[in-house]
Design a protein around this ligand. Structure first.
Ligand SMILES: NC(=O)c1ccc[n+]([C@@H]2O[C@H](COP(=O)([O-])OP(=O)(O)OC[C@H]3O[C@@H](n4cnc5c(N)ncnc54)[C@H](O)[C@@H]3O)[C@@H](O)[C@H]2O)c1
Length: 261
């Protein structure tokens, strides 16, 4: 039966996924995709109210889910998250690093505070998630799979978001290096690079003028819908479908990075 074959390739039954930043627009949608594929989902983040709402939504889809608080920039907090996940579920098979912030300004106006916050949230958080969860996954017999959120700005820098673009280029580089390092330990690490999806962190960045330039540069001529990330995420995360995929960077961007003029 074809659907049984797809279930074998992409089904995540009996697996536990942690989504750091599952409180956000894209991370939250990925929580739903993981749940629909059969995984138990830990929604992790610092926004308790949104986290609890997402947990209820995921439970209504038929999966087990809990909210666990985390500050993704703090080693102690990410370590405590891993321990809380293991206390609750006894295992962790997948991690998505989807916490992120943005800051947009002309180059000469970037403050040290804004620069540090973007680098800490987007890059250091990714490193802490990979190191702390990866170390645990590497000694599990089944290994594990990590998906980091990059951006099209990792490939081509975007005007006004200097620290953000630099952080995402670094996320790609770091992810590939960790993928190489962990390749023989059963832990796969990949990067999902979305194009433009309206969300919390880019609300202020998406001015009418900027939206016009994005649409001109996006061959498909529209924003992405968060659900359009799910298929690529499941491919990269799945133990059966993605067995030989590590260190890959997958763009889901309506053709943005494929186009020039
Ligand atoms: N929306 C887009 O167009 C787009 C494009 C490319 C990449 N991305 C990336 O996707 C990821 C998700 O972003 P989004 O668009 O859903 O944004 P979002 O603002 O909706 O979600 C980000 C989440 O991260 C959480 N967060 C921020 N700092 C945190 C911290 N220190 N500890 C724990 N949680 C923290 C926020 O509370 C929020 O829930 C980010 O890495 C972002 O850079 C988004």
């Amino acid at each position: 039966m074809p659907h049984e074959y797809l279930q074998k390739l992409f089904g995540l039954d009996d697996q536990v996924a942690v989504v750091i930043g599952g409180t956000g627009v894209l991370g939250g949608t990925l929580c739903e995709g993981l749940a629909l594929a059969g995984a138990s989902v830990v929604v992790a983040g610092r926004d308790v109210e949104r986290g609890e709402q997402k947990v209820q939504f995921v439970r209504d889809l038929g999966s087990q889910s809990v909210f666990l608080p985390v500050d993704s920039t703090s080693r102690g907090s990410v370590q405590a998250l891993l321990e809380a996940v293991l206390a609750e579920f006894g295992q962790v098979d997948m991690l998505i690093n989807a916490a992120g912030v943005n800051s947009a300004e002309p180059y000469f106006e970037i403050t040290d505070e804004a620069f540090d916050l973007v680098l800490a949230t987007n890059l250091k958080s990714t490193h802490l998630g990979c190191q702390i969860f990866g170390r645990h996954m590497a000694v599990q017999p089944e290994g594990g799979s990590i998906l980091n959120l990059g951006s099209v700005s990792a490939h081509v820098p975007l005007s006004r978001v200097f620290a953000y673009s630099a952080s995402k280029a670094a996320v790609v580089n770091l992810s590939q290096n960790i993928a190489r390092e962990l390749a023989t330990s059963g832990v796969r690490v990949n990067v999902l690079c979305p194009g433009f999806f309206p969300a919390e962190q880019n609300r202020k960045v998406l001015t009418p003028q900027r939206i016009e330039s994005i649409m001109k540069r996006t061959p498909m001529g529209r924003f992405g819908e968060p659900e359009e990330l799910i298929g690529a995420a499941l491919l990269l995360l799945s133990r059966k479908a993605g067995t030989f995929i590590t260190g890959s960077v997958v763009y889901v961007d309506g053709g943005f990075t494929a186009a020039s003029i």
